[in-house]
Design a protein around this ligand. Structure first.
Ligand SMILES: Cc1cc2nc3c(=O)[nH]c(=O)nc-3n(C[C@H](O)[C@H](O)[C@H](O)COP(=O)(O)OP(=O)(O)OC[C@H]3O[C@@H](n4cnc5c(N)ncnc54)[C@H](O)[C@@H]3O)c2cc1C
Length: 359
């Protein structure tokens, strides 16, 4: 049998020289390089610290913090890693009026500070760090944090959320939360009796346009192509709604406004014709990206990358690994549903660890 060489460690020239028996000046230099590689590799292996814990929670949005509150109260001693957006998606919005318990509404970032405080008060070990790689082949499951540390956990709760896709305009970013939104169900209410615009051509865009049409006087819907991607049924519903005006072959050039959205400048990508349309709200409905890349190849996912869970539970295809919040929910995507599934994940984890005799 041919010896197997690890290409990342053994220089190609040296590997060839060993196989052919033809050692020369170059292969001696390669041999030195091999020793250096092995030396640094052993140092690196030694410096990657490993820590054994019972329950790991990845993500610090409503799902992760709710899972943490329940897991801590059940004495699972959870460790939670926050990722690059501590507090999750709600930290980039302003008013949240639909989360129960806040009759006067609350600012998104403030609400997430409350979530964090509650999770910490119950005993969650909250840490800043990003999960970069996983090995879910056997228990305890391994999760690399910032490529610097390995957490070995008996149960893993995935609450990594999803990110809304944006057009990438400077003005869209500047006015985000001040009339620009990626969630009609969350923010449509603020534009009752006003004119709004929406960008997108899929089922979600159609659904959001219909939702807005019940609150707003006019919904200007911009579609980049000459057709919609949405299902025929949804298209029919959009076309039949008198206060949705569809603009074909239309793209957004700029969202205009100083402190909040005042209008939008669009152009027809066939004729080049530009026009300014007065609107108070600008909704982007071009899709979401679930933050599930590091679980690729381990967990069952749909074609868009949403983690699949067993209906009515937070269980994934790997026992002891649970998913909650937007990373597994492409339908509702709300803070309260994320929190609800976070609770489910912690209860599922507790039961699982109990059955395994690990808790
Ligand atoms: C602009 C806007 C306004 C909204 N307004 C409302 C509203 O008014 N009401 C409402 O109910 N909903 C609203 N939503 C939707 C709501 O924010 C989401 O449904 C909710 O935040 C989902 O919670 P989550 O915990 O699943 O994920 P997220 O809030 O997305 O949090 C994901 C967390 O995972 C972390 N993470 C990701 N990858 C990793 C990793 N590899 N390692 C470690 N951590 C990781 C991130 O840092 C983040 O902390 C809004 C959304 C947006 C974008």
């Amino acid at each position: 049998m041919e010896p197997e060489f690890h290409s990342a460690i053994i220089p190609a020239g040296f590997a060839q020289a060993i196989q052919t028996g033809n050692l020369c000046q170059q292969s001696i230099a390669d041999f030195r390089l091999l020793l250096t590689n092995l030396f640094y590799r052993s140092i690196n292996m030694e410096t990657i610290a490993s820590e054994k814990i019972n329950c790991l929670i990845i993500g610090s949005g409503p799902a992760g913090y709710t899972a943490a509150i329940y897991a801590a109260r059940a004495n699972l001693k959870p460790v939670l890693y926050q990722g690059i957006q501590p507090g999750g998606q709600l930290t980039i919005t302003t008013d949240v009026e639909n989360y129960p318990g806040y009759p006067d509404g609350i600012q998104g970032p403030e609400m997430m500070v409350d979530f964090e405080k509650q999770a910490a008060k119950m005993g969650t070990d909250i840490r800043f760090g990003l999960a970069t790689k996983v090995d879910l082949s056997q228990q305890p499951y391994k999760v690399w944090i910032d490529e610097e540390k390995i957490i070995e956990a008996n149960a893993v709760i995935i609450a990594t959320g999803a990110s809304a896709k944006w057009l990438g305009l400077e003005s869209e970013q500047r006015l985000n939360g001040y009339g620009v939104s990626a969630c009609a169900v969350c923010d449509g209410f603020f534009f009752r009796g006003k004119e709004v615009a929406i960008v997108g051509a899929g089922d979600t865009a159609a659904e959001e346009a219909l939702y807005l049409s019940k609150l707003c006087t006019m919904v200007h819907m911009f579609i980049r192509k000459h057709e919609m991607r949405a299902s025929k049924v949804m298209q029919e519903r959009v076309f039949k709604t008198p206060n949705i005006k569809v603009y074909w072959n239309t793209e957004t050039e700029e969202v205009i406004g100083d402190k909040h959205v005042e209008s939008v400048r669009v152009f027809n990508n066939k004729t080049g014709e530009k026009q300014n349309i007065s609107v108070s709200g600008f909704f982007v409905a071009i899709g979401h990206q679930p933050n599930s890349d590091i679980f690729n190849g381990w967990l069952n996912m749909d074609e868009a990358g949403y983690v699949k869970t067993i209906p009515g539970t937070s269980k994934t295809n790997i026992e002891g690994v649970f998913a909650c919040g937007d990373v597994q929910d492409k339908v509702y995507r709300q803070a309260v549903t994320a929190a609800g599934t976070g609770c489910m994940a912690a209860l599922d984890a507790e039961r699982y660890l109990g059955e395994k005799g690990l808790h």
